[in-house]
Design a protein around this ligand. Structure first.
Ligand SMILES: Nc1nc2c(ncn2[C@@H]2O[C@H](COP(=O)(O)OP(=O)(O)OP(=O)(O)O)[C@@H](O)[C@H]2O)c(=O)[nH]1
Ligand SMILES: C=C(OP(=O)(O)O)C(=O)O
Length: 210
């Protein structure tokens, strides 16, 4: 098994995941940031627990996100060069170093460590591989072994990654594919079973709103 470095992007929590506004009336705006952070924390925790993963690098300038993910055992690097998601991922991949690097979405609360390990084990089939999201249009995992990561995340990224020569990987990894962009996605992730950070926050939000 190759030793994989996993790079996870996280822009400032307050401005991230604007499509995810499931919060009931009466909750403070900080609940949105708490939810974005819980999704990130569960993703990072699952990645760190994957046997194939030797280290996780989170690219972020958000102090709260940095505190939580370093507490879980990840490393952080500054959000440079401040030109958006793909340059940030390329920067994180260079900082991570190593011959096997993967970019992972930050919004996978139902990710299981064994799913990520299975996908990374399959990712030796080609120099660059990717896993599409549950819709089939986006990307949740992009891998590179011995070559540049060349990330092309963003709307419609699955087609871009395929056109750019990355091999699509499929497998029995529903939590890896289930990214959370909308309230509906969050419900689907909860149905799969979310990690402890997201589960605790949703329970607390339920208590706060009665
Ligand atoms: N470090 C870093 N992460 C980024 C940057 N842009 C986006 N991200 C992260 O990449 C992921 C996908 O980002 P986007 O698709 O732009 O937006 P989003 O936060 O998912 O949500 P929407 O506002 O609902 O589109 C999220 O985890 C973001 O935090 C960036 O410039 N730097
Ligand atoms: C960045 C992506 O996804 P999203 O905007 O849905 O988080 C992507 O699928 O490449």
């Amino acid at each position: 098994m190759l030793p994989w470095s996993v790079v996870i992007p996280a822009k400032r929590l307050a401005v991230a995941k604007t499509r995810l506004t499931p919060l009931p009336d009466g909750l403070s705006g900080s609940a949105h940031a708490e939810l974005v952070l819980a999704l990130l924390a569960d993703t990072v925790a699952a990645a760190l627990a994957a046997p194939a993963v030797t280290g996780v690098v989170v690219v972020t300038d958000d102090p709260a996100a940095a505190a939580v993910v370093t507490g879980l055992g990840a490393r952080t690097v500054p959000d440079e060069p401040d030109r958006g998601l793909n340059p940030a991922l390329a920067h994180g991949a260079r900082a991570a170093g190593g011959a096997a690097v993967a970019a992972l979405s930050s919004d996978l609360p139902a990710l299981r460590p064994e799913e990520l390990s299975a996908a990374l084990t399959a990712a030796v089939s080609a120099p660059r591989c990717f896993v599409a999201d549950a819709q089939g249009t986006g990307t949740t995992l992009l891998t590179a072994t011995g070559v540049e990561l060349a990330p092309a995340f963003g709307a419609g990224s699955a087609a871009r990654h395929r056109t750019g020569g990355a091999l699509p990987l499929t497998g029995a990894w529903p939590g890896l594919a289930r990214d959370v962009d909308t309230p509906e996605d969050l419900r689907a992730a909860v149905a799969l079973g979310v990690g402890r950070h997201t589960a605790a926050l949703l329970a607390a939000l339920g208590d706060r709103t009665g």
